[in-house]
Design a protein around this ligand. Structure first.
Ligand code: FE2
Length: 385
């Protein structure tokens, strides 16, 4: 059993200002990584740049991180970081800028490598090379992903179908088949824990109703999938249990969207706990099923994951454990939970051919099945929809 949470977390109002010295201590020139708009609207970007100026730390801002950030965007930002001589990275925003910042920190620290490094497996051999990343600080402005305390960086990448990759491996021939490429989301093969997370609930105030709900459901999924997981331990369940109890307290208000200061605090706390939980266990089948749905239907991540949660609970191999989770969430049973999720997210229908492909892709990927502690086949997976 292992407990490893190396990220130093400050969770309080004005924490960027309060801990500017610790932020500045991460390096001598910062690359601030963010999206186009929201970090300007909620004040987080201004707080970060002011803190760096106060500490006399020069910085560059890269503000072109899109939702579901691509490998190409990461490489563009890393190239800027290398040219400018930045030696630490600050991610400001939701999951997209925070995830991207970790991948960017890896690429800046290894300038002799190209993008293939992102998905070069390093854990195959215990003696294999470990590629260090620059120090990373994360300033979350949504309560969902928990990326501020996880080592994961999920990027969107283009992949060729296996049949092309296995039969025609040369890069130039692959280029000729680029019209067959499809997008998929996958975490990079490296573990990049942020050194510092500065969590200020004030930045949540500008979130939209749908943004707040979708990210809250992402948090819920992290807590459930971590708790019902082949890797869960008594240590990881400290985080997931506390997170589930916290989520339970706001669930009715979330449905009515009566979200004030107290509820935002609870959502942020649950989110960070969810991140700490999945940092130990990884996620499970709902996340695995969500990626094709996100890429092809354009559903927000939290919603794409959330629609599979009732099926996951209903069909989980140990129903006693599944019911314990529902009881921590203060739901009377599976039907009440399903109805709640349906009311919160609305009806989502997935086209038959996409659903077939989604199941086939998941079942063909052992890495995405390994956290589910029971045998799973297509017949069982059919019931998750
Ligand atoms: Fe997630």
């Amino acid at each position: 059993m292992k407990l490893f949470m190396p990220t130093k977390v400050y969770s309080e109002k004005n924490c960027v200002e309060n801990h500017s010295r610790e932020l500045a201590a991460l390096g001598t020139k910062a690359l601030v990584v963010t999206g186009k708009h929201s970090s300007r609207i909620n004040g987080s970007l201004e707080d970060v740049t002011k803190a760096l100026e106060r500490e006399n730390i020069p910085y560059m801002v890269y503000d072109e991180i899109e939702e579901n950030p691509s490998v190409e965007t990461v490489m563009k930002a890393a190239s800027l970081g290398i040219t400018e001589g930045t030696d630490f990275v600050i991610g400001v925003g939701g999951g997209s800028p925070m995830d991207a910042s970790k991948a960017i920190a890896l690429m800046i620290a290894n300038p002799e490598h190209d993008e293939r490094l992102l998905y070069t497996r390093t854990q195959v051999s215990p003696d294999g090379p470990v590629y260090p990343a620059l120090p990373v600080a994360e300033i979350p402005t949504t309560a969902g992903t928990g990326s501020e305390v996880t080592p994961y960086a999920i990027l969107t990448k283009n992949v060729l179908p296996d049949i092309v990759l296995t039969t025609i491996p040369e890069a130039d021939v692959q280029a000729a088949f680029s019209h067959l490429e499809k997008k998929t989301k996958q975490s990079i093969s490296h573990s990049v824990f942020p050194a510092l997370a500065l969590v200020d609930v004030s930045y949540l105030q500008t979130a939209s109703r749908s943004g707040c709900i979708n990210t809250a459901v992402d948090t819920l999924a992290h807590l459930i999938e971590s708790h019902l997981n082949a890797n869960s331990t008594e240590y990881s369940r400290i985080y997931s249990e506390m997170g589930l109890r916290t989520w339970a307290r706001i669930k009715d208000k979330l449905l009515r969207y009566e979200i004030g200061e107290e509820e935002r605090q609870a959502l942020m706390r649950a989110c960070t706990l969810g991140g700490m939980a999945i940092a130990h266990t990884g996620t499970s089948l709902p996340h695995g099923l969500s990626y094709p749905v996100t890429c092809e239907m354009g559903l927000p991540h939290g919603k794409a994951v959330g629609i599979f949660l009732p099926g996951f609970i209903r069909n989980y191999g140990n129903q006693e454990e599944a019911m314990k989770v529902l009881s921590l969430l203060d739901f009377g049973g599976e039907q009440t939970f399903s109805e709640y999720i349906r009311q919160l997210l609305g009806e989502v229908s997935i086209a038959e051919d996409l659903w077939e492909r989604t199941m086939d892709e998941l079942l063909a990927n052992p890495a995405k099945l390994k956290n589910y502690p029971f045998m799973i086949d297509k017949e069982k997976l059919q019931r998750f929809r």
